[in-house]
Design a protein. Structure first.
Length: 348
C-alpha cells in the first residue's frame, strides 16, 4: 500500500527475511522499524520461501502424492537431463564384458505453478494481518496446487505443451509408444468396466480382483519392480470399489481394519490423490475416469527448481485502486523414468 505520510519513529514499515549468520530463525519474517526519514513503500519486497514446517507445506505434502513420494531431482537450471538406464550386464569370470544396454536421458523442464489473490490494503494494515492473510490463502493455494500438480504429473491425456499440459503425464506416457525404451502403447495399461461386471473373482479375468492383480503383475514381472519402492496412487473413487469387492460367497475381499485396507492393496501402500483422474488439460478439479497407478516410485521423477514461496506485490497498489496482490508460486519439473516401471488401471 502506498505511504501517504512519514510514520512516527518506532512504527513498523515493512518486513525482511532473516539475515544469514545473524542467529535469526531462517524463514521467519522480522519487522523493519522506522527510525528517521521516509518509509519504504514495500511491505515485503521479495519472494519469501514458505517454511517447510508450516501448515501450508504440510498440506501440500498430505494432498499431493507426487510431492510426497516422487523421486526428487534438484534443478539449478530450467532444464535437467536425468539418465534413464536400460540396466547393466553382469558376467562371471576374470574377463570384463562391455555392457550393451542402451542408455538415454529424460529431460526435466521446470514449469511455474502460479496463483494470486487481490486484497484491499486495509486488510494488510498491520503485521498480524499480513501474516494471517498469507497463511489463510496459502492453505487454499496448497490444496489447489496439490490437486493440479498431481493431475499434471499423473493423469492429463493431452500432449505436453508447457502451459495447459505442463508435462507428459504417466497416463500419456503409458498410452504412447516410446522407441527409445522399447515400450509399446498400452502394454502397461488396463481398464475395468464397473457397470454390469462382477466385483468378485470370476476366473474370466474381468472382475475387479483379477484386474487389480493383473495390473500389479505387469510391473512385478519386470526388472523395474522393487518391493521396497512399490506404491499405488489412486483416485479416492477407488475406495468405494475396493469396499464393494466380494468373493464368490459375497464376502468382502478387502476388509477395512485388518491390514489398513482400503489403504493398502496386496500389502502395497496406497496414496490417495484427487488429481489422479483423467483430464484433457491440467485442472485442479478433474472429472474424468478414476485411475489407479501402480509401480516403482523411484521412476516418478520430480524436478525441484524452487520450493513454494509467496510475495506481496504492490504493483497493483500504484494503479487507480487500493488493491494489493499476494502471489504464490513453485517451479517443478516431472518425467516418467521408464514406462515399464509403472502400470495403470482405468475405471471406465
Amino acid at each position: 500500500m502506498p505511504i501517504t505520510s512519514i510514520p512516527e519513529p518506532g512504527s513498523i514499515i515493512g518486513f525482511r527475511k532473516a539475515r544469514l549468520g545473524s542467529g535469526e530463525q531462517p524463514g521467519k519474517l522480522y519487522p523493519v522499524y522506522q527510525i528517521a526519514g521516509a518509509a519504504s513503500t514495500d511491505i515485503i519486497d521479495s519472494w519469501i520461501p514458505i517454511e517447510w514446517d508450516s501448515d501450508v507445506i504440510t498440506r501440500v505434502m498430505m494432498d499431493s502424492a507426487v510431492e510426497r513420494y516422487g523421486r526428487a531431482h534438484p534443478m539449478r537450471t530450467a532444464t535437467k537431463r536425468v539418465l534413464r538406464s536400460g540396466g547393466l550386464t553382469v558376467s562371471a569370470g576374470t574377463t570384463y564384458t562391455p555392457d550393451a544396454s542402451t542408455n538415454d536421458y529424460i529431460t526435466l523442464t521446470a514449469r511455474r505453478f502460479l496463483a494470486q489473490f487481490v486484497v484491499d490494503e486495509d486488510d494488510l494494515a498491520d503485521a498480524d494481518s499480513i501474516i494471517d492473510t498469507i497463511k489463510t490463502k496459502g492453505m487454499d493455494w496448497a490444496v489447489s496446487y496439490a490437486d493440479s500438480f498431481d493431475n499434471a504429473c499423473l493423469a492429463v491425456s493431452g500432449a505436453e505443451n508447457g502451459t495447459t499440459v505442463p508435462f507428459t503425464s504417466v497416463y500419456k506416457a503409458l498410452r504412447s509408444t516410446n522407441a527409445a525404451t522399447g515400450y509399446n502403447a498400452d502394454d502397461n495399461y488396463a481398464s475395468w468396466v464397473s457397470t454390469n461386471v462382477s466385483f468378485a473373482a470370476s476366473g474370466g479375468g474381468t472382475s475387479l480382483y483379477e484386474k487389480l492383480s493383473g495390473t500389479l503383475k505387469k510391473v512385478e514381472t519386470s526388472k523395474y519392480w522393487s518391493l521396497a519402492d512399490s506404491l499405488v496412487i489412486a483416485a479416492p473413487g477407488w475406495r468405494d470399489a475396493l469396499r464393494l469387492a466380494t468373493d464368490a460367497q459375497g464376502r468382502p475381499i478387502f476388509i477395512q481394519g485388518t491390514s489398513g485396507t482400503p489403504d493398502t492393496l496386496f500389502n502395497v501402500p496406497i496414496a490417495w490423490s484427487r488429481g489422479c483422474k483423467v483430464a484433457g488439460t491440467m485442472t485442479g478439479a478433474p472429472t474424468g475416469n478414476d485411475l489407479l497407478i501402480f509401480g516403482n516410485r523411484q521412476f516418478l521423477k520430480r524436478g525441484d527448481r524452487s520450493n513454494p514461496e509467496s510475495l506481496v506485490d504492490q504493483a497493483r497498489a500504484q494503479d487507480s485502486t487500493d488493491d494489493t496482490a499476494v502471489k504464490f508460486r513453485v517451479r517443478r519439473g516431472f518425467g516418467v523414468g521408464h514406462e515399464k516401471a509403472l502400470a495403470i488401471l482405468e475405471r471406465v
